[in-house]
Ligand binder design. Sequence first.
Ligand code: GCU
Length: 848
Amino acid sequence: MRLLAIPLFAGLAAAENGLAAWLRYAPLSGAQHFHNSLPSHIVALNSTLGSPVYTAGQELQNGIQSIYGKQCDVHQGHWDAASSLVVGTIDQYKKAYGSLSINPDLTGDGYWLSTEGSTVQILGQNERGALYGAFQYLSMIAQGNFTRVAYASNPDAPIRWTNEWDNLDGSIERGFAGNSIFFANGVVVSNLTRVSEYARILASIGINGVVVNNVNANASLLRPGNIQGLGRIADAMRPYGVQIGVSLFFSSPTSAVQGQANLTTFDPIDESVVSWWANVTDQIYEAVPDMAGYLVKANSEGQPGPLTYNRTLAQGANLFAKALQPHGGVVMFRAFVYNQLNESDWKADRANAAVDFFKPLDGEFDDNVVIQIKYGPIDFQVREPASPLFANIPQSNTAIELQVTQEYLGQQCHLVYLPPLWKTILDFDMRVDNEPSLVRNIVSGQRFKKALGGYAGVVNVGTNETWIGSHLAMSNLYAYGRLAWDPTSDPTSILQDWIRLTFNADPSVINTITQMSLESWPAYENYSGNLGEQTLTDILYTHFGPNPQTQDNTAWGQWTRADHNMIGMDRTVSNGTGNSGQYPPAVATDYENIATTPDNLLLWFHHVNYTTVLKSGVSVIQDFYNQHYAGAATAQTFLSQWQLLQGKIDDERFTDQLYRQSYQAGHALVWRDAIVNFYHNLSGIADKEGRVGNHPYRIEAEDMELEGYVKYAVSPFEAASNAMAIVTSTNTTAGTASYTLTCGTGTYDLAVNYFDQIGGNASYVMSLNNKTVGEWTANFRPWIGNSEGPRVLGHTPSIYLDGHSAIRVTFGNVSVTKGDVLKIVGTPDRIEKAPLDYISLLPVGVVD
Ligand code: GCU
């Protein structure tokens, strides 16, 4: 596409709080030059208020007015097409204008967009398709793109849904952006404005379904009042062509749901259970006549399911399929089924579970069942191979489950642009029967000729104005929709469309955000767990900060099997869990052998010595050290790159993201140090470059002169520098830590590492010779320079001193004279005893 060089530095929309996402329609200066290239009238071929075509007419009118200042009138139904934009379905067009000279090849939800003649034609295969075409046209003109186009666009797969893990009480599991927009206090909220706004955002990227409640479902969703509430949610989303789906709790029939019969069994083949679900399903369809379907998590992580009655998972799925069949709905049945395991069993492997459970059932699922498969065999880790299940159930419909919410990937407090990760899976060739078998062609239904299939993205938007908790993280939602529509699209060009729409087209803005985003997943992988070792986070608690030892000696099966000499899971057929053998032979052979396993999956498939030499020529342990240092160093550059954007984007979003990048820069060091210290301690092998454990610029808090502060051994040890911190002696009295500086006179950045626990807002004052250098409060809000960021960080908090609560604040360009007394006074608050880890006096350009 050619972009016209027009000055795009728009008078910015009123409040740049993120609410408008990429649909800001920011006015373009110089826009009047393009008035002749724009239509003068809009013809919306359906006058029914609330229909997607009606919505498209309004959206086009508002967009053209807002971006270009051109007022178009909207005509409902037939109108002279010349110098107009006509939006509607193909059928509506033919009815209104008699015939259509072209015959575009459209499938469900597809559209035809032509800007070639005197009429702009936006014609959908259905109404939803027409709305998608309208958003595409608006996306073009909002980017100043007046290229003449005429093309048909069809989605790659029919199912393009989001999953929202919202609970009825208003909380969101693994949500980092506030409370639910759908539920509060056990019921559907009364004001659904945000729900409509969300539907609009989703429609603009081709998403056609939203499962509104958590996969860990609650039977009380099925109370008659809540079913009515679902009707209201569906009404709010319908004008945007977004259908709703719901997650079900398998044992609802026995859950004493108010207003529903209470059975003594939930056995899926029991007649009373079958009619219970048929009846509930009918009730839902009365309130939501176009409900998309159900999502079911059964016999997984403590959830009830058919196995309770020795029925198969297929019998469980088909129970719902049959209830839905008369209404045209689908069952998304999750493949995330696994048992707790014992690590002393060398052959035990959670990664085998999905194939073990589902492969024998292939062919037994009803036609309207779709098996929803997480992208990797474990659980949304920073690097996983594609789930072998994609290759093992050719007779079943499948969908891929991706996570837009960054549960294991920094919880929106670390920048991680996810499409490059997703592409490693979508583009992976399973070589089923030695034929090309890309995962994206399996889930679209093409490879095994299935009618259904597609995408489920766990998004978890919340009431926060940024929707998912951070401005930059929204690129992941945008890209999710774009890739679900066309998984062959290029993550960089998707990203750059998003940048132009979300910020502006200043080349330095585009280049900076592109570079940061593209470096972000590799950086995060490097400092959180490289070589296929999974995200080395605390899997028993927050899933946020580092805590590698939680992976092992648990029944959860996310093991590393790290000991003093060796590390990694042996998933070979020859000596291990046999997981490599779940892949088709051409792939299995690669994973079976160390020589043909890519380094980035080495420890996923093999148990090796720390001294094993990689293809890159360095040892496993040295690569661990090197990559963790490199990843954390890259995270520092995100901050300096972002700083260059001051004045090039609005202050509101600049400041908000600035402190997030500042936070990430500090927390990346926490990650780096925790992981390298942990494995250095375990392996006893020194870092050849002498970095690990060597911190010449740090003053450990426990080495300072303490008054009202005591030393505190942090657990896990690697979450604190030198394993020690200090805390005030009581919860009520301030403590002082002082140190006479021995460094040379000069200008330094003073970085303070402390811990911000939930449940207290301790405050700190740092001074040099009693002159205040900085003051801050540990209240889960990031700090930048001398001011507190306006928003809370949003990641899952911790009540402990650990890798989640560890945080850094930096005060830049401080003049220091040798012999100055550095003092920090910490005032505790409730449980938070003003904990301090260390202070780094960093000469300009040094990071540590
Ligand atoms: C992960 C996640 C849970 C979630 C589960 C699922 O384990 O941590 O919060 O319920 O996946 O996908 O069902």
